[in-house]
Design a binder for this molecule. Structure first.
Ligand SMILES: [Zn+2]
Length: 119
């Protein structure tokens, strides 16, 4: 997870791949801070993957009648869709928790470096 920090404006924001190395506010050079994803970030990837797999399985069974998904014939459709939505919701919750974690960590790194500048 990458963050961008502008020492001049003291603004820290998540950095997307479309952004350059400059601050959106003052167009001055910004510092890139890389924070490893938390356990929630990993869980987000896992739950997103599961959600996608469930959707693919569901479409394979319902729309294409593919053999490998035939085990779904015994599963209640409403229950299955509810499960898909629950999984997607869970991925959002994990994503939110991960953003909170990595955001705080990026802020901590910024504060730590600030302390170093003052020495
Ligand atoms: Zn700035």
């Amino acid at each position: 997870m990458k963050y961008k920090y502008c020492p001049k404006c003291d603004i820290l924001r998540p950095r997307t791949f479309m952004m350059d190395d400059r601050c959106e506010g003052c167009r001055d050079d910004a510092v890139t801070i890389e924070v490893p994803r938390s356990i929630y970030g990993k869980l987000m990837y896992v739950t997103s993957g599961v959600a996608i797999a469930l959707i693919v399985l569901f479409l394979a069974y319902r729309d294409y009648g593919l053999g490998f998904a035939s085990f779904l014939s015994g599963v209640d459709e409403t229950l299955f869709i509810a499960l898909v939505f629950a999984t997607i919701l869970l991925a959002f919750v994990f994503s939110f928790l991960d953003m909170g974690r990595t955001g705080r960590e990026a802020r901590r790194i910024v504060e730590e470096r600030k302390g170093r500048y003052h020495d």
